[in-house]
Design a protein around this ligand. Structure first.
Ligand code: NDP
Ligand code: 2IT
Length: 448
């Protein structure tokens, strides 16, 4: 297969979708060798069918704000691939959302879900609606208007949405409520639900905890312990906060957080008490990270409009947990110069291709999001299993299964990504393992 020709063709057909093309290019480059070993794949043009989503729904979402004005946003659901299970993936509400971003996320989700060992296909949806500064009732009306269009296309065995940026327990609750009203059915069609109506214990924590478990597996390959390590985190939402919570419990130091307005850097690390203050600030009060810096100028410095990476000083580990393309080549070089020897991605595609090349050239431990952040969707899969059984498992049981799944994902990366010199190329490993399962299923199911 000619990778260059393949990518050029996709670029010609989807010229205005840079994030989608970036995600596809990375995967296609790393599976090209394996793909070529199976001529049967090429005969049925399997790769193209795997890269182009099965279908995309696009719709207008009209809702009424608190002043009585009618507002219009765009809504989308990208159903990428359901060869190994029902479509599954989160919903993102953020002003930056467009089709390119949701197509990249749905594409990545397909490989990630394949790695989880569970039966889930790949999807993603969302809207350019920004929840920031909206009242609770505005959020509710928006969620209802969004689901009023979406409900026809989803279902417990069809497509199961969940949270992502800007969508947490509150939004999932409102969407589930409207879905239930429209369909007159109580089913596990959304995951990340409240604990009283079918949600799974550990789902809120799962992405952050899972990323730390994956990191521990990576560190173990070099005999390194987390205790005392200095960790730079970006973001301060669901993924960032639970990553920090787990890291603190294991004795690591948290050096930074960020949000879309700027970053805080605490050179001596933050205490458990300070973490709890940040947790409440972001979850209970929906505040800005700058408010913590204003209150604690002795603990940290605030860098407005900056990402943390160039300001963290000496650092051992980076866990980008905000958004795509938030670590560029310069950031990667700054992290390496600061002593960083491991990067484990909580966000989806946070590192640019140039940054990934820097990490791999330096032979540091580098885990792409589709492996490292798969804990969230894994526990979503466990929530689906519990809903289907009408049962709820204990926190301990879910957490143990999560640990096992992250270990299994790590094993798959080692199996498919170990290079001749022993370096584990987690990008190649994750892409290859994720690809092969979906590819085998597609081959078995014919051209559909
Ligand atoms: P949240 O909405 O809870 O938090 C997102 C955080 O990232 C906030 O601190 C937000 O700041 C910041 N952020 C968002 N967009 C930008 C931007 N364009 N520039 C700078 N900062 C930004 O989302 P999650 O924590 O759930 O998601 C974070 C990342 O993790 C995303 O990439 C998501 O796709 C990924 N992910 C999430 C999973 C989950 O289960 N929730 C599972 C796997 C991956 P602000 O508040 O200012 O917007
Ligand atoms: O990117 C992701 O894996 C998520 N946002 C979680 C998706 C899910 O269905 O739980």
């Amino acid at each position: 297969m000619d990778v260059k020709l393949f990518i050029e063709d996709l670029k010609g057909r989807f010229p205005n979708e840079p994030e989608y093309l970036q995600a596809v290019e990375e995967v296609v480059n790393s599976i090209a060798d394996v793909y070529s070993q199976y001529p049967a794949f090429e005969r049925v043009n399997l790769l193209e069918r795997l890269c182009i989503p099965d279908r995309i729904y696009t719709f207008r979402v009209s809702w009424v704000d608190d002043s009585g004005r009618v507002r219009n946003n765009m809504g989308y659901r990208v159903q990428h691939n359901n060869a190994i299970g029902p479509y599954k993936g989160g919903i993102r509400f953020h002003s930056s959302v467009n089709l390119s971003i949701l197509k990249f996320l749905a594409f990545e989700q397909t490989f990630k879900n394949s790695l989880t060992t569970l039966a889930m296909g790949g999807a993603k949806g969302g809207s350019d609606f920004s929840p920031k500064g909206k009242s609770d009732m505005e959020i509710m009306r928006f969620c209802q208007a969004f689901v009023n269009e979406l409900y026809r296309h989803i279902g417990p065995e069809t497509d199961v949405p969940a949270g992502d940026i800007g969508v947490g327990g509150r939004e999932v609750g409102y969407m589930f409520g409207w879905y239930k009203k429209m369909t007159r059915e109580f089913t596990g069609t959304f995951t990340g639900k409240g604990l009283d109506f079918g949600g799974s214990l550990i789902r809120p924590e799962a992405t952050g905890y899972g990323n730390v478990y994956f990191l521990q597996n990576m560190l173990a390959t070099r005999g390194i312990d987390l205790k005392g390590k200095r960790v730079a985190i970006s973001g301060s939402g669901n993924v960032a906060l639970y990553t920090a919570q787990k890291l603190l419990s294991l004795g690591a130091q948290i050096i930074s957080f960020s949000d879309s307005d700027g970053s805080i850097v605490a050179p001596e690390g933050i205490t458990q008490e300070q973490f709890e203050e940040i947790f409440d600030l972001k979850t209970l009060y929906r505040g800005r990270i700058s408010e913590f810096a204003e209150k604690h100028p002795d603990v940290c410095t605030y860098y407005p409009r900056e990402r943390p990476w160039k300001h963290v000083g000496k650092v051992d580990i980076a866990m980008p947990s905000a958004t795509q393309n938030e670590v560029d080549g310069d950031d990667a070089r700054a992290l390496l110069a600061a002593g960083c020897f491991a990067v484990s991605e909580g966000a989806n595609m946070p590192s640019t291709p140039e940054a990934i090349a820097e990490f791999q050239k330096a032979r540091i431990l580098y885990a792409p999001g589709k492996a490292a952040n798969a804990g969230g969707v894994s526990v979503s899969g466990l929530e689906m299993a519990q809903n289907a059984q009408m049962l709820r498992w204990t926190a301990e049981e879910v957490d143990n299964r999560l640990r096992q799944i992250m270990a299994d994902i790590h094993t798959q990366c080692v199996e498919h990504g170990t290079e001749a010199d022993g370096y584990i190329n987690y990008v190649r490993g994750a892409n290859t393992a994720g690809f092969l399962k979906v590819a085998r299923a597609m081959m078995a199911q014919g051209v559909v």
